[in-house]
Design a protein around this ligand. Structure first.
Ligand code: HEC
Ligand code: HEC
Length: 486
């Protein structure tokens, strides 16, 4: 059953052992022109290389900790789950019974929030037609909190829970799941991962905690414990206030524009256990309330109110009706200040300035393809990757936090693309701390390792930056390498 993953695993071990030598030799800079690095299908997926199955879950359960995630997973029940809905039921976050701020079966408060652009782990999968769902459950006496994030396209569910014993501590987990397609020679297609098919017929569920994820490209710490070990962990929500620019919300113009794009593609299809009615009444207020209870301030907050107003005014002056249209990208001084701060590497990326991150032409094509699949006119295996809807202008790619700003020189590119995970605040005992994007006191040998990592194709698990996080243009990659050669 694990067969299809074995070869990759041994390559990873080989590459780690010989990082500077064997991995470099596979990527000769003088060879063929580089392939476009924007496709999703060929990302390296770290979970595929990690141990999985009941033994993995047991390993997590043997470690200390007590919270609603462990309550659900650590009694052996997880080994029999075959769907998202079974996982949700076990966590008491059964979305089918939730509305914005609704009581759940257990007498607690539940809520559903949905975003159409994210700067989190699943950022590059999230758009209006493939949104990210966050279900939250709060219990007041004794106080308990659990948040569950799910995005189609990603074979994991993101979990954060407040620890029962360590009162102010948050525990982060991924519930990785496998599908029948993982065990076929061709692997999973967009049709397997981006339709309701991903929500059921799971063949295995495995729990990973922060110990397992540390120093991997799925590590939660860079964003959820940014000040480093021993410092508080935090919930994140950069769009902390009305009008919640990138969230489905029927009470804002932007929220309605996103919902219209969603509905055009998906119709009344259920998502993650929700009916179309639940989806169209999602409300980010509840998530805000929960995040504010634990983390009343967010570093580099996205000032949605001012940014939306500035974007509208600047685009209207050029004849573009934001938020419904986005052919003229908005301009916002408030947003630019936050963007420049993130570019200098001190804080995590800010969300895009406009409501929509989608290219109108691509969105129309992917919407039509999805509708054709729904109508039975297109086979599931032929569904294109409907995540491929983003604006692809290099400047706008950078502004959505998917790439680096074309104006940056090599050194500034490294700072902007690498500082999230490589900085002096995070755990300095981990191997990734050996690379410093400011190149301060870095030896020639360390710089050479970085050059070799930058030259790897995105499907290599050692490729840097990880494709999930950023994609460098060929020009940016070249100038980053030149800076490292000096
Ligand atoms: C690149 C930064 C980043 C990383 C890495 C990251 N997150 Fe998040 N996370 C966010 C942001 C930003 C949000 C707010 C919602 C959004 O933008 O999608 C968020 C939201 C969440 C939420 C909803 C509750 C909340 O805090 O708002 C959960 C649950 C979550 N993340 C779990 C995880 C887990 C588990 C990991 C690690 C396996 C992780 N995240 C890694 C940035 C990140
Ligand atoms: C999303 C987080 C993330 C980003 C962004 C990122 N890295 Fe990494 N990097 C890691 C992790 C995790 C490791 C440790 C695991 C490994 O060796 O692959 C690592 C390891 C490395 C190493 C090996 C260090 C050593 O000596 O073992 C180098 C070099 C490196 N990264 C360079 C870069 C460069 C250059 C960039 C930006 C262009 C970058 N990384 C961006 C997460 C990241």
């Amino acid at each position: 059953m694990t067969q299809s993953f074995q070869p990759v695993r041994s390559r990873l071990v080989l590459c780690i052992g010989l990082a500077a030598v064997s991995c470099t030799s596979t990527a000769d800079p003088e060879a063929e022109p580089e392939p476009a690095r924007t496709s999703y299908a060929n990302w390296a997926e770290p979970l595929a290389l990690m141990p999985h199955g009941p033994e993995q879950t047991a390993r997590v359960c043997a470690r200390p900790g007590s919270d609603p995630v462990r309550d659900a997973f650590c009694n052996g029940a997880a080994d029999g789950w075959t769907s998202l809905s079974e996982l949700q039921t076990a966590l008491h976050t059964d979305t089918s019974a939730m509305g914005p701020f609704s009581p759940t079966v257990t007498g607690s408060v539940g809520s559903l929030s949905i975003n159409a652009h994210s700067t989190g782990l699943a950022a590059r999968s999230v758009s209006a037609i493939n949104p990210r769902v966050i279900a939250v459950r709060l219990v007041f006496q004794p106080f308990e909190m659990l948040a569950v994030g799910f995005t189609r396209g990603e074979q994991f569910v993101e979990l954060v829970a407040r620890d029962h014993l360590e009162r102010n501590s948050l525990n982060f987990y991924l519930a990785g799941f496998r599908l029948p397609c993982n065990d076929t020679p061709a692997g999973c297609t967009p049709g397997d991962l981006l339709t309701p098919a991903i929500e059921h017929d799971w063949t295995e569920v495995s729990l990973y905690d922060e110990v397992d994820l540390a120093n991997t490209t799925l590590d939660c710490a860079p964003c959820h414990q940014p000040a480093g070990p021993g410092m508080p962990k935090m919930l994140r929500l950069q769009e902390f206030d009305m009008p919640w620019t990138h969230w489905f919300w029927p009470r804002s113009e932007g929220g309605r524009a996103l919902l219209a794009d969603y509905t055009a593609a998906k119709g009344d299809e259920p998502l993650a256990g929700m009916t179309a009615e639940q989806i169209t009444s999602a409300d980010p207020q509840a998530l805000t309330t929960m995040v504010a209870l634990l983390n009343p301030t967010q570093p580099n907050e996205f000032d949605a109110f001012h940014i939306e107003a500035e974007v509208r005014a600047s685009s209207a002056a050029k004849g573009c009706m934001q938020p419904f249209e986005n052919h003229v990208p908005g301009e916002s001084a408030t947003w630019r200040t936050a963007y420049e701060l993130a570019m200098r590497g001190d804080v995590m990326p800010v969300p895009y300035h406009d409501v929509k991150v989608t290219d109108a032409g691509k969105l129309t094509r992917m919407t039509a393809a999805y509708r054709a699949w729904q109508a039975g006119e297109l086979a599931r295996a032929d569904l294109p990757d409907i995540r491929n809807v983003f604006l692809d202008d290099p400047q706008l790619m950078a502004e959505m936090a998917f790439s680096t700003d074309p104006s940056l020189d090599g050194r500034a590119t490294l700072v902007s693309a690498c500082s999230l995970c490589h900085n002096s605040r995070l755990d300095q005992t981990q191997s990734r701390a050996r690379f410093r994007p400011d190149l301060d006191a870095m030896t020639r040998a360390e710089k050479d390792i970085a050059i070799s990592r930058l030259k790897l194709p995105p499907d290599n698990p050692l490729a840097m930056p990880p494709a999930r996080s950023r994609v460098l243009s060929d020009a940016a990659r070249r100038s980053a390498i030149e800076a490292l050669e000096q």
